[in-house]
Design a protein around this ligand. Structure first.
Ligand code: ZN
Length: 308
């Protein structure tokens, strides 16, 4: 099925009812052949209702939604599809309050839907190591200064205090993908392990002068800009790409989500990295991409469990 919509109106025209949505979900999910979500067996029988299936091996009944982020939902798929569209099409995402108004569900439902979709956007395709020229930087979210943009000149002082703020590390391949994740601290071991886990050894590494990065010289062609000396670009050495990503993320967190708890910060980072990494796709291609990644459910209990 070819998708060409460029607006929410065209999305609704493409998916006018539950049946067309189910058909599309089936195609997205079973693009490489049907299988049982319980045991993986590839011989399944369709019931005549067009909604339910039975596995020839384990004999269990299931719908196409079982094992996806849409499992156990009473929300019509058309509303889910609108949520996927709104989340992927808006550069800074959408708040649960706004989504609840746009698709007429409660805010609690909208909140849960958005977290499930963020969970789906954590695709394996973006977990490949970064290479070539990679900018690495850390930033700090939350705390008293959460409404301020980071002032690089405070580095090494209160700016890196992780008592009240959450440290986030980001890495971006120039012209390629970004990765970002929370870290429990920004000490040598943590910083180095995070970079080594995600950036191919031998790549060009661009950072500022924060000392844990200097320890990576034996693995990478490392260049640092000296922000403390007022230097922001030196030849190809700069961290402007990753800083642009931080600034978009922070404007979104403050402007759209207002407050992000530490517990959910990684999911918001996933949402932002997903949009960044699919920036060259059309809106309908990005919609399809997220739909193809809808496997893996996230229960309400998992979502609301206290952070360890
Ligand atoms: Zn089975």
């Amino acid at each position: 099925m070819e998708l060409k919509f460029k607006s929410i109106l065209e999305l609704i025209q493409t998916f006018p009812d539950e049946e067309t949505c189910l058909e599309f979900l089936k195609q997205s999910r079973w693009s490489e052949g049907e299988y049982c979500p319980h045991c993986g067996h590839t011989k399944i029988y369709a019931f005549s209702d067009g909604k339910n299936y039975k596995c020839a091996s384990c004999r269990k009944r299931f719908s196409v939604k079982v094992g996806t982020v849409f499992e156990d939902t009473k929300i019509p798929l058309q509303k889910w599809f609108m949520a996927v569209y709104l989340l992927t099409a808006h550069k800074k995402g959408i708040s649960s309050l706004q989504l609840s108004r746009d698709i007429d569900v409660t805010q609690k439902t909208a909140w849960f839907m958005l977290h499930r979709l963020r969970h789906a956007s954590n695709t394996k395709a973006f977990n490949e190591p970064l290479r070539n020229t990679v900018e690495v930087d850390e930033t700090y979210i939350g705390g008293k200064e959460k409404n301020k943009h980071r002032d690089k000149r405070t580095k090494g002082t209160q700016g890196r205090n992780t008592d009240t703020k959450t440290a986030v590390m980001g890495m971006v391949e120039r012209g390629g993908n970004v990765m970002a994740m929370t870290v429990s601290n920004v000490q040598n071991n943590m910083v180095q392990r995070t970079v080594l886990d995600n950036v191919l050894i031998g790549s060009n590494l661009m950072t500022d002068e924060f000392s844990p990065y200097k320890k990576l010289r034996s693995y990478y062609n490392h260049q640092a800009v000296r922000h403390s000396a007022g230097q922001y670009v030196s030849g190809i050495a700069h961290t402007n790409t990753i800083e642009g990503f931080w600034s978009l993320f922070k404007r979104g967190v403050v402007g759209i989500y207002h407050f992000v708890s530490k517990k959910h910060l990684d999911r918001y980072l996933t949402e932002y990295t997903y949009r960044y990494n699919t920036r060259n796709l059309s809106e309908s291609a990005r919609f399809r991409n997220l739909m193809e990644n809808c496997n893996g459910r996230l229960t309400y209990n998992q979502l609301t469990a206290r952070a360890a």
